[in-house]
Design a protein around this ligand. Structure first.
Ligand code: IPD
Ligand code: CA
Ligand code: CA
Length: 230
């Protein structure tokens, strides 16, 4: 896979990121010309309709470019800033994680619910760190605290996939620094509609643009926040 550099040697974009975005944006512009769009590889399109599509055409580009089959397409429709529909699609497994506000979350035809584990001891977690942030010490400190307390710690390389896995009960929790709205909008709805909890790393609401995120089954949220919170 050939790629170009964006902000540095870790931050790459492939022809497929752009191709995926082109297909998705073409369809949205065609069907919903009055809606706004925020998509990673294009300038934002503002609108006064209240509706905004938030898209990551490939989440997990590094995995994709290196042949690791863990990457997703993430799309959310937000109304007045909150996601009302969200999908995270894993094309390698043909797994469609989908949710709609008030209607729950599904993986293909199966209704999803978060895990019931109530302590970190029984929890498998995942963590994300971006290419464009200068808080590595903070992140390593959090890993050091969580690792021995949990059953296992992963770094899957796709924030959207991790959030989908929290909603599906495959992970008990996930946290990430320096995430953008397109990484998390669909995943936030998936987790909430599957009965889980979302906050930022100071326990407040995840911000609109660049933010931190903590997602969990709800039961381990405070225990995890105590260790990774900033
Ligand atoms: C990245 C992935 C990664 C996360 C980064 C994101 P990209 O998205 O979600 O897991 O740690 O913060 O930027 O660049 O592959 O779309
Ligand atoms: Ca992303
Ligand atoms: Ca991306």
């Amino acid at each position: 896979v050939s790629y170009e550099f964006k902000t540095g040697h870790q931050d790459i974009v492939t022809e497929s990121d752009k191709g995926s975005e082109k297909i998705i944006l073409g369809r949205i512009r065609n069907q919903y010309p009055t809606h706004g769009i925020l998509s990673e590889e294009s300038p934002p399109h503002e609108s006064s309709s209240g509706y905004r599509w938030v898209i990551d055409p490939i989440d997990g580009t590094t995995n994709f470019a290196h042949g690791i089959p863990l990457f997703t397409i993430s799309m959310a429709l937000e109304f007045e800033g909150s996601p009302v529909v969200g999908i995270v699609y894993d094309p390698m497994r043909d797994e469609m994680f989908a949710s709609a506000k008030g209607f729950g979350s599904k993986l293909n035809d199966r209704v999803l619910s978060v895990t019931s584990s109530s302590s970190l001891e029984n929890s498998v977690l995942s963590a994300g760190y971006p290419y464009d942030e200068d808080k590595l010490d903070e992140f390593l400190e959090a890993l050091k605290l969580v690792f021995p307390k949990s059953r296992g710690l992963r770094r899957l390389g796709s924030t959207a996939l991790c959030l989908a896995y929290v909603s599906a009960g495959r992970l008990d929790g996930y946290w990430g620094q320096g995430v953008y709205r397109w990484d998390i909008s669909a995943g936030i709805l998936l987790v909430e509609e599957a009965g889980g909890k979302i906050s930022d790393l100071s326990g407040g609401q995840a911000a609109d643009y660049k933010t931190t995120i903590l997602s969990s089954n709800g039961k381990i949220h405070d225990e995890l926040l105590n260790l990774v919170g900033v």
